[in-house]
Design a protein around this ligand. Structure first.
Ligand code: HEM
Length: 399
């Protein structure tokens, strides 16, 4: 197999950027595993056992959107996503999750398999013979966004709007002007979803929006804000995360060039390689909670109403949980990573994300022969608190 000859300068740059958060995580796990950040007064948890507690002990660590917003001192308008299941505690969370689970079933996801394969192959048709592509632009972004728009019953022509909207939802904005532009984008998105919901109310179709409108528990339906919040959540969750999983898999393989050939000759290893990529470069690197009561985490006493950042990316590299945690090992057993979270908020889209990743990786192994190499250019890592991945990822293969 061909292994790239890279100029060390650039390779060094890109590895440094990629590994920077992991070096910080390692230092924090061993020196200050539960740390109060003096800059903004919130807490951070870095060790696996603590992160699992923060994510799953919902009575102590609340996920409620309004509580989190209050604790960080935010007084502006609250995005409907803050009223979605992601930002809700029991019993309301349980109720709502049962409602959306009716519309978002594993069976429905399995039925998508042929369509996902077609979309993947159409995307690869554009690049397969060229010997190069930008993994993000040519495959990892358009695949999940097409799948999620089709699921939501939204035409593919609006894909560019989707991209802007979902980028706006995860961006923070560095000036007043930028924040206003982002807000306008987000309002445009909710305006669009309001229109779609109204149309489907009048004329139900065989799509997820219609199923969400019809779902009921004890005669109760989702409210309008909950419906909007769920559509917004699916848009972000279905885009940024799966895109980064596909891109991050390529980064893992670039660091371990033998893996591509091993996977090509033994496809049974594909699902485990995906799980290991979820652990090694976790696409969702952090989630937040707020303390509902006082508690002790590690050896730190924490008061109520304190925001805590649970560093999933760090937990997934904790040496106390994973032997040789910094080694990318596609045959790791067991691999109890928390890339999809843990407990009642465990990712609802995990079956879909796993299916898309499996189809995409198998198609790439079939159609992109030889060794895969990430181009020798500095990588730009997404500046985000919650997601981890590269903005662009040029790669080549042997043709
Ligand atoms: C590789 C891709 C993905 C990753 C790494 C990921 C990760 C996560 C994580 C870590 C959580 C837990 C959040 C918390 O505890 O606060 C979560 C929740 C969620 N995810 Fe995903 N996700 C992915 C793809 C998707 C997709 C494709 C969808 C839907 C189309 C989706 C929908 C959701 C929803 C609705 C929740 C909230 C569940 C709840 O609060 O009960 N995710 N995801």
């Amino acid at each position: 197999m061909k292994v790239g000859k890279k100029k060390h300068m650039h390779l060094q740059d890109y590895k440094e950027q990629l590994h920077a958060p992991y070096e910080w995580y390692r230092t924090m796990r061993s020196t200050q595993p539960v740390w109060k950040d003096p800059d903004w007064g919130g807490w951070h948890a870095f060790r696996y056992a603590d992160v699992v507690r923060v994510l799953s002990e919902y009575a102590t660590f609340s996920a409620q959107g309004q509580r989190i917003m209050q604790a960080v001192g935010y007084t502006g308008e609250i995005d409907p996503i803050e009223s979605s299941i992601l930002r809700m505690d029991p019993p309301r969370h349980h109720h709502l999750r049962s409602l959306v689970s009716q519309a978002f079933t594993p069976r429905m996801v399995t039925q998508l398999e042929p369509r996902i394969a077609t979309i993947t192959n159409e995307l690869l048709d554009h690049v397969a013979t060229k010997g190069e592509m930008d993994v993000i632009h040519d495959l990892a972004y358009p695949l999940p966004v097409t799948v999620i728009s089709e699921l939501l019953g939204i035409p593919a022509e609006l894909r560019e709007d989707f991209k802007r909207w979902s980028d706006a939802l995860v961006s923070e904005g560095s000036s007043e002007e930028e924040r206003n532009t982002l807000l306008q984008e987000v309002q445009g998105m909710y305006g669009y979803f309001t229109q779609v919901l109204e149309e489907r109310r009048q004329h139900p179709k065989n799509d997820l929006v219609s199923a969400l409108l019809a779902a009921s528990v004890d005669g109760q339906h989702l409210s309008n804000v909950e419906l909007l919040g769920f559509c917004g959540l699916l848009l972000v969750a279905g885009n940024e995360t799966t895109t980064n999983l596909l891109g991050n898999m390529v980064l893992c393989f670039d660091e371990h060039p033998d893996v591509v050939e091993r996977l090509r000759s033994n496809r049974a290893l594909v699902p485990a390689a995906i799980e290991e990529a979820l652990r090694y470069y976790s696409p969702v690197k952090a989630m937040v909670r707020v303390t509902a009561t006082e508690t002790t985490l590690g050896d730190q006493h924490i008061e109520p109403h304190q925001v805590i950042v649970a560093h999933i990316g760090s937990a997934n590299r904790d040496e106390d949980q994973f032997t040789d945690a910094d080694r990318f090992d596609i045959e790791r057993e067991p691999n109890r990573h928390i890339g999809f979270g843990r407990g009642i908020h465990f990712c609802l889209g995990a079956p879909l994300a796993r299916l898309e990743a499996k189809i995409a990786l198998n198609a790439m192994l079939d159609r992109l022969p030889g060794g895969w190499q990430v181009a020798d250019v500095p990588l730009e890592i997404i500046k985000s608190f919650a997601v981890f991945g590269a903005k662009k990822l040029p790669m080549t293969w042997g043709i």
